[in-house]
Each structure stands twice: as C-alpha cells, then as structure tokens.
Write a protein that binds this ligand. Structure first.
Ligand code: ADP
Length: 366
C-alpha cells in the first residue's frame, strides 16, 4: 500500500471547519507538528486556550477525517493552546490555589485536573535527572519484575527524545487500531507496551513543543486499550522540564522512582527530580543506583568506577528511600538492548534478584 503523505493529510483536513469561523483549520494555520510514520499520523491543532475545552468535537472530527484515509492506521490529534498562552501558563509553576483541581470550571482547572484512568489501578513514573543513566533499562526490567507473580503490567515509553522500550522488549511490529477506534497496545514477555516512538520518526521529537508532547502522551494513556492493569509504568523523558510537570499534574501518579548513577554530577540532577515531584505532591518511592559498580565478566573482580554508594548516601541525606543498586554489567546491556531483558532471560541471576527485590519494595509502597 502506498505511504500516506503530509499533503494528503492536509488536503483531508481542509474538510474540517473551525465551528466559530468560516474557514477550515488548514487555511486558518491551526495544524502544527504534523508527523507521519508507517501509517501512524500525529498532529497538533493550535487553539486559543479559552476555547480549548469546547473544541473536543473538532479534535475528534479531525482525527476521524484523517483516519478515514486509505493507509492510515492510527491518528493522534492534540489540541495545543501554546500560541496564545502566556509564558506562565506553559511554565506550570505548581498546582493552582484552592486544591489540586483549582476553581471548578475554570480553564486552569482543566489543565491541572487529574485524568480518569479507568481500569488502571496504579501508575508509577520512572525518572532521571539526565539521559544515559539507564532509566529505560531500569524501567523495562522493573516492569517485568513487577509482573513476575502474575500482576498485569503496562509500560508506556514516554521518552520523546529517545524511545527505546519496544526494542528492549523485543517488539518489532506496529500498533493497530481496535474496532472501537482505540490503539491496541503491543505485548511481549507478558506485559503490554505503547511507545511515543511508534508515532514519531526518530530524532524529530525535539521539534515538538511542550504542550504538543504532553497532549500526545496523555492520549497514549487514554486512547490506548490498556484494559485492566495492576500498574502502568511510565518511562519519562530524562530531565525535569515542563513535560514532566504537566504529566505529574495530569496523571494520577501513585509515585515516582528516580534512577541515578553514583557520581555527584548525576546525583545533583536526581535531586532536581526529587524537588520537582515534591512540588506537585507526587510521592517519591526512592532512588535506584544504576551502574553502581563494574563487575568484570572475565575475572569477576568488582571495580567502583563511579565511586559506588553515592546514591545511597544521597538518598539518606534527602530523607528518600534507597531502593537498591544495579551493577554495570555487560549482560544487562546485551540482554536489554537485544530485546530479552535479564529479568526474563535469566530470572535466577543475581541482577534479576535485585530487580525483583526492588519490585517487591515498590508494590509495598503502592
Ligand atoms: P536512559 O534511558 O537513561 O537514557 P538507557 O536505559 O537507554 O538509558 O541506557 C543507556 C545504555 O546503557 C544502554 O545501551 C543500556 O543497555 C546500557 N545500560 C543501562 N544500564 C546498564 C547496566 N546496569 N549495565 C550495563 N549497561 C547498562
């Protein structure tokens, strides 16, 4: 089947009129960030913040119009209020006064209201102050460890800068739409998975501005047919920006886990993560020290490359729980990068036991 093109999508969207104006949403310049990937289409519809809540039917109509095109598998349209939004509205300084929802019925309250997650019992975010510390590797192994005794787990790859979860779970196929118009999650090793990487071309996420990225991520939670889950684990993008704050405010997180390597510099970033979650009243379940020490595959000797133990000390200092340490070991890299994470490929290994212990600890906190 011929690949759908951006021109075809825009042509179709010309049928969709802004209900308050006479022109169509393409002519009005409302379409932004159009992304196409293997039949998956994502775009933003820029609207005035005050009109946002009233324009849900427009968003749905735009999605349906594009979905009806031949060769389109899934469509994610998000309303973004960025263009007219004042800087302080996108900066999300913290929950508004008057409780978590803010004054009822206000525009503020729509932005801060927690989403309703039917069928999902708990949500845990895995965060890191910076990239490359092994956040995704930890998220995958932890989700698998949490599922080890028959619990129903979902793993959402929200790392817009480097979505890697499907590869780590050995998933190569693409998501399809269900009969009811939802996106069907993919499954492997007994857990369900959805990734922002299915919807966007690698390397292009950077051009997405904050509100568009958060809108798309919210839809990956609400428009995916997750079914009944005991827990949804979210692999957040690295850092502590607006995307994290918005998600922390919109998604009813049971708690967050921060992954860090033991060096001071990484720990300083982990501290920022802790502050951010505290600011939005999300409990931090604790800190995991990844790449804690190096175990040599040849002689078995242990080397503390990044001055092992830094995370434990830091956790103590900050009054945070220390959840456990995972060594820097080539087996962990090879298994997760190869789609067979160690928790499923060698469940009796020392490292798997560490993940399983951390998982038990997390269940206790949930
Ligand atoms: P992040 O999500 O923080 O950017 P990743 O989980 O993608 O980091 O990990 C970056 C790289 O480091 C990957 O190739 C991964 O396999 C490897 N890695 C992560 N944790 C470990 C570990 N404990 N031992 C060995 N390699 C690891």
């Amino acid at each position: 089947m011929a690949e759908i093109t951006a021109e075809q999508v825009l042509e179709a969207l010309k049928q969709v009129k802004d209900p308050d104006k006479e022109e169509n949403i393409v002519e009005l310049g409302m379409i932004s960030g159009l992304q196409l990937k293997d039949g998956h289409v994502a775009f933003g519809i820029e609207v005035d913040p005050e009109r946002g809540p009233m324009l849900e039917p427009l968003r749905k109509e735009a999605e349906k119009t594009v979905h009806d095109l031949l060769g389109v598998l899934t469509v994610t349209a998000v309303l973004t209020a960025e263009r007219e939004a004042a800087p302080e509205q996108t900066a999300l300084p913290g929950p508004p006064p008057g409780g978590p929802g803010g004054p009822p019925g206000s525009q503020q309250s729509a932005a801060f209201q927690k989403m309703d997650l039917l069928g999902i019992d708990s949500v845990v975010a895995v965060a890191s102050g910076k990239g490359g510390v092994g956040k995704s590797t930890t998220a995958v192994n932890l989700a698998l460890a949490m599922a080890a005794d028959g619990k129903r787990l979902g793993l959402l790859d929200a790392d817009i800068y480097g979505p890697s979860i499907p590869r780590m779970l050995g998933i190569t196929n693409q998501p399809e739409q269900t009969a009811s118009g939802m996106i069907a999650p993919l499954e492997n090793h007994g857990i369900k998975c959805m990734s922002i990487g299915f919807l966007i071309e690698e390397g292009t996420a950077m051009i997405w501005r904050g509100p568009m990225a958060t809108g798309a991520l919210e839809q990956l939670i609400t428009d995916v047919a997750w079914g009944e889950l005991d827990c949804l684990v979210i692999d957040l993008p690295p850092g502590t920006g607006d995307i994290h704050l918005t998600l922390a405010q919109r998604v009813p997180l049971s708690g967050a886990i921060i992954v860090s390597t033991p060096q001071d510099i990484a720990l300083a970033d982990a501290r920022k993560g802790l502050n951010m979650f505290e600011k939005v009243d999300v409990p931090v379940f604790g800190l995991i020290e990844n790449m804690s020490y190096f175990s040599c595959p040849h002689c078995g000797e242990r080397t503390d490359i990044f001055s092992h133990g830094g995370a434990r000390k830091e956790a103590e200092k900050l009054g945070m729980d220390f959840l456990g340490e995972i060594p820097l070991d080539i087996v962990i890299r090879e298994t997760s990068d190869g789609g067979q994470p160690i928790v499923v490929s060698d469940p009796d290994s020392e490292h798997s036991k560490s993940y399983l212990e951390i998982a038990e600890n997390i269940w206790a906190k949930i």
